[in-house]
Design a protein around this ligand. Structure first.
Ligand code: SAM
Length: 287
């Protein structure tokens, strides 16, 4: 386990993923009944963007850095959709600028109501300890040192019977696509009403297309695929050019919200003007 998210925290992929996560969680709150969010690969929770590691790549500048700068000029119908996510980011920072970036477990936690719960899993022993330190005494959060792929299976269904799973593996190994398919099928067998979010990097386009084809073949209804590429592929080299999320049982309103958010987000996060693209496609349509 060599992957350290501190090098990438707040980059374009985090921003897109966390905005979508926030919209999913807020939608769940349209009903009074409690729900649980499972974060199977949770990371350390809070990232110091002034650290040597974050400064080394500077990736956050092309993500949350750009977003905060551009936000004042965002269209009127986009701003309210981003505000809850940005409020969370701002809550970890002074009024001016940004020094800390919250990861998915802290973003989730800040958005939960009293009746809602978070289960966060992290396998790296040091990262687990750091993550746990942010939730001491928090009865709404259960932080567990466990393999996320086991958790997808063993923690389903949640006792609340309403839930969202964010599966955000490091993709250090190519077979993470296979892990996603296996984990999603297992989760779906046990909890078919749940919303299941699978993050993937866009590096090798062919591998992404094969993943989408395999998702299609599962015949599981209602899988929405959202992708954002900040630059086109250069030759045959596979570089990290984009971010994807395949979502089983997305909230009803998500597609419409993303049709507003994604064009603007693309224009903000693309490397150069016109170099990016986004797609919102049903892999398998809702019944
Ligand atoms: N979800 C986080 C966020 O959005 O802020 C980022 C998570 S990062 C991409 C992936 C994390 O998964 C790393 O912290 C890594 O240590 C952890 N990890 C790697 N393999 C794991 C496994 N099998 N189970 C649980 N966590 C794992």
């Amino acid at each position: 386990m060599n992957y350290r998210h501190i090098y990438h925290a707040g980059n374009f992929a985090d921003v897109a993923k966390h905005i979508i996560l926030s919209r999913v969680i807020l939608y769940m709150q349209r009903k009074e009944k409690a729900f649980r969010v499972f974060d199977t690969h949770a990371g350390i929770g809070l990232y110091d963007l002034s650290s040597e590691e974050a400064q080394k790549t500077g990736e956050w500048q092309g993500g949350i850095g750009r977003l905060l700068e551009a936000y004042v000029n965002a269209p009127k119908n986009v701003k309210p959709l981003l505000e809850p996510y940005l409020d969370v980011v701002r809550s970890f920072n002074e009024e001016e600028g940004i020094r800390q970036y919250p990861g998915s477990p802290l973003i989730t936690r800040k958005l939960l109501r009293n009746q809602d719960r978070l289960t966060a899993l992290e396998l790296h022993p040091d990262d687990f300890e750091t993550l746990q330190s942010h939730f001491e005494g928090d009865y709404q959060a259960r932080i567990t040192h466990l393999d996320g792929w086991l958790g997808v299976k063993s923690h389903m269904p949640p006792k609340e019977k309403r839930g969202v799973t964010l599966v955000d593996p490091p993709f250090e190994v190519f077979h993470e696509f296979f892990n996603h398919l296996k984990g999603m099928k297992e989760a779906n067998e046990r909890f078919s009403a749940g919303t299941h979010m699978m993050w993937y990097p866009i590096k090798n386009r062919q591998a992404c297309d094969e993943f989408r084809t395999e998702l299609y073949k599962t015949k599981i209804p209602a899988i929405l695929d959202i992708s954002l590429e900040v630059r086109p592929q250069k030759g045959r080299v596979n570089t990290f050019d984009g971010t994807g999320l395949a979502i089983v049982n997305p909230p009803y309103a998500l597609e419409q919200e993303l049709k507003l958010i994604m064009p603007w987000l693309k224009s903000v996060l693309e490397e150069n003007k016109g170099s990016g693209q986004y797609k919102i496609n049903w892999i398998n349509p809702a019944p």
